[in-house]
Ligand binder design. Structure first.
Ligand code: MN
Length: 263
């Protein structure tokens, strides 16, 4: 590990997680970029855990295994047979609290309503609940379905360094999405309307019994509003959204007060 010399100031510690699994090229790019300026540990699911949301595993034990095969070189990398949130819990408790939690770079964007089912974002939320500054990173694919993470990872490292220096308010994370191609610039955005409606495919197994496959179709987005996350990346910009974990509809407190029955 490229540890600082004894006389130098302590290097920041960064925990890198994801939901695509420890062998994803996105987490490799992110971990290596962070290691340019921080002491990195990688803790990631052993298999893909996309769309598991903020699930945690409480009904069975978890394993935490050092994994040299993931290609991180001298960076300590561990795989967990659990969810992205489990990875952050185990990483923080077993390796000590880092100065920052980062998650990604996810294969595919996490925008609008995606934030509620995203395992990538959940890892960052778990960082928040443990009191740590946290950032989630995701990227769109190009029309050929390919990903080039180099420039995104370099930007992620620059932004992360800024966040370590400044901190983030309690219960606020940054959700960052990269466009597929070279970005035109950076937009600080609000979480927009990227909505999905579940669809269900029913087929039959070889025994003739029905099985069901949950899918979804994207039904709404605001692609022409560059003040939103969706609009920004579709216009070719990096989208950086500050996201607050407090989901209260502040504007409706009075209205609900008016009709919630008394006991
Ligand atoms: Mn994923």
């Amino acid at each position: 590990m490229s540890a600082a010399s004894p006389s130098a100031a302590r290097r920041p510690r960064v925990l890198v997680a994801n939901d695509d699994g420890i062998f994803s090229p996105g987490i490799k790019a992110l971990g290596l970029a962070m290691s340019e300026w921080a002491d990195v540990v990688v803790v990631a699911p052993d298999v893909e855990q996309s769309a598991v949301g903020h699930g945690i595993t409480i009904r069975r034990p978890l394993r935490f295994k050092h994994t040299a095969a993931a290609g991180f070189g001298d960076i300590p990398a561990y795989r967990v047979d659990g969810t992205p949130a489990d990875c952050v819990v185990l990483g923080v408790h077993l390796l000590g609290p880092p100065d920052l939690v980062v998650s990604g770079i996810n294969i595919g964007p996490n925008l609008g309503d995606d934030l509620t089912h995203s395992g990538t974002v959940a890892a960052a939320i778990e960082g928040l609940t443990l009191g740590l500054p946290s950032i989630a990173f995701s990227q769109m694919s190009n029309p050929a379905g390919e990903y080039e993470f180099g420039a995104s990872a370099a930007y992620a490292a620059k932004l992360a360094r800024e966040v370590v220096a400044r901190g983030l308010p309690p219960r606020v994370l940054l959700n960052v999405n990269f466009p597929a191609q070279a970005a035109r610039g950076v937009r600080v955005t609000r979480v927009g309307a990227h909505r999905w409606v579940d669809s269900l495919l029913t087929r039959q197994d070889p025994e003739g019994r029905d099985y069901h496959w949950v899918a979804g179709v994207s039904t709404a987005h605001d692609s022409d509003d560059e003040s939103t996350d969706y609009g920004a990346i579709h216009a070719g910009y990096v989208s950086v959204s500050p996201v607050r974990l407090d989901l209260t509809a502040q504007d409706l407190l009075g209205e609900v007060e008016g009709y919630a029955p008394a006991l």
